[in-house]
Design a protein around this ligand. Structure first.
Ligand code: 8YV
Length: 333
C-alpha cells in the first residue's frame, strides 16, 4: 500500500503539505531549512522509494549512480528541473516529475511587477524617500519611462510567459515572442502576439525583454553579450526564470555604461547577484521570490503529492518530465 512507500524530503515544506505526506506515505521529513550536502542527499535517497527534492539539490549522474536501486521516483517540488539530470535518472528507470502550472500566475504577477517597477523607478522612489532625498514635488522629479505602448518581447511563451502576456496586454504593451515553434494560433490571436522565428530580430525591436524559457544546455547564456548588444539602449531586461540564461556580467556592465536602461531580476547566474549587478543603476533585484506565496507553495505541494500518489498506486504520474517534449518550447540556442 501507499503507506509503505517511503518518501524522503530534503527541505522543510509548508506544514499542511508535510501533514498530508505523512498521512499518505511513510514520509521522512526534514526539519532543517538549508540544503543537504551531496553526501547527505545520497544518504537520504538510498533508503527511499521516492525523493522529493527542491531547487538547490544537485541530482547529477554521480548522484543517481550512488543513490542505489530502491529509488524509483524523483518528485521535484518546483517547476524548473535544471538541477536534475533527467536522462541519467531515466537511464536507471527512475521517473522524474515536477509541479508546473500551479505557480505560473504568481510568477507572472512578479514579472509584471518588475515590468512596471523598473521603468517607473518604483524602488528608487521608495529609497529616495526613506533616505531623506525627497524635498517636495517638482515637474522634473523622478521621471521614468511610460510602460503603455511599449513592445514586450517574451523569450519562451510557455505557461508563465503566456500569463505575463495576458497581464502585459491589459497594461497596453504589445506582445512579441520567440519560441522554437509558434504557439496555438487561437491563443496568439487572443493575445495579439507577434511570433519571431529569429530571436536576434526580435531583440532589435522590443523595449522590454522577459526571459521565460527553462534553463538547459541549449539556453545557457541565450542572452549573451552579443544578443544584449542587439537591444536598443532604452531597453529593459526582466527575468523570473533562471539566471544562467542571461550573461549577468555583460548585463551589469551594459547597464552601468548606459548601453541598456535597466533590469528587473529575481534569479541570478551564481545564485545571488554579483557585486557588479548590486552596484548597477536602474536595477530591481529580488531574492528568488516570484513563486513565493503561501498559496503557490501549498499548491506545489499538492501537485507533488498527486504525482507521488499516482506513482504509488501503479499509475503514470501526470507531471512526468519527458525529455525532448518538455523542452519543446525552448528557443533555439
Ligand atoms: C521555487 C522555481 O522557488 O519552480 C521553480 O522552478 O524556481 C520556484 O518556484 C523553487 O523551484 C522551489 O523548488
Amino acid at each position: 500500500s501507499a503507506k509503505q512507500v517511503r518518501v524522503a524530503l530534503t527541505r522543510k515544506l509548508p506544514a499542511p503539505v508535510e501533514a498530508r505526506l505523512s498521512d499518505l506515505f511513510d514520509a521522512v521529513l526534514h526539519s532543517a531549512d538549508a540544503p543537504l550536502s551531496p553526501a547527505a542527499l545520497i544518504e537520504r535517497a538510498r533508503d527511499a522509494d521516492v525523493l522529493a527534492p527542491t531547487l538547490g539539490d544537485r541530482l547529477d549522474a554521480a548522484f543517481f549512480e550512488a543513490a542505489g536501486e530502491r529509488l524509483r521516483l524523483v518528485a521535484n517540488f518546483g517547476a524548473g528541473i535544471d538541477h536534475i539530470d533527467v536522462a541519467a535518472a531515466n537511464a536507471r528507470g527512475i521517473t522524474v516529475t515536477n509541479t508546473p502550472s500551479v505557480l505560473a500566475e504568481d510568477a507572472a504577477d512578479m514579472a509584471m511587477a518588475l515590468i512596471l517597477a523598473v521603468p517607473r523607478r518604483l524602488v528608487e522612489g521608495v529609497r529616495a524617500l526613506e533616505t531623506g532625498q525627497f524635498h517636495g514635488w517638482s515637474p522634473t522629479w523622478m521621471l521614468g519611462r511610460r510602460v503603455r505602448g511599449k513592445k514586450l518581447g517574451i523569450i519562451g511563451l510557455g505557461r508563465v510567459g503566456e500569463a505575463i502576456a495576458r497581464r502585459a496586454k491589459a497594461f497596453g504593451l504589445s506582445i512579441h515572442y520567440h519560441n522554437r515553434t509558434p504557439i496555438n494560433p487561437h491563443i496568439e490571436e487572443e493575445l495579439g502576439a507577434t511570433y519571431w522565428d529569429s530571436l536576434d530580430q526580435m531583440l532589435a525591436r522590443v523595449d522590454i525583454v522577459s526571459v521565460n524559457c527553462p534553463h538547459t544546455p541549449a539556453t545557457f547564456h541565450l542572452l549573451s553579450r552579443r544578443r544584449l548588444e542587439l537591444l536598443q539602449p532604452q531597453a529593459y531586461v526582466v527575468n523570473v526564470s533562471r539566471g544562467e540564461i542571461v550573461d549577468e556580467d555583460a548585463l551589469a556592465e551594459m547597464i552601468e555604461g548606459g548601453r541598456l536602461a535597466g533590469a528587473g531580476l529575481d534569479v541570478y547566474e551564481r545564485g545571488a547577484p554579483s557585486e557588479k549587478l548590486l552596484k548597477a543603476p536602474n536595477v530591481v533585484l529580488l531574492p528568488h521570490m516570484a513563486s513565493a506565496t503561501v498559496e503557490s507553495r501549498i499548491e506545489m505541494g499538492e501537485r507533488m503529492i498527486i504525482n507521488i500518489k499516482m506513482f504509488a498506486d501503479g499509475h503514470k504520474p501526470p507531471d512526468r518530465v519527458i525529455l525532448g517534449l518538455d523542452d519543446g518550447r525552448l528557443p533555439k540556442a
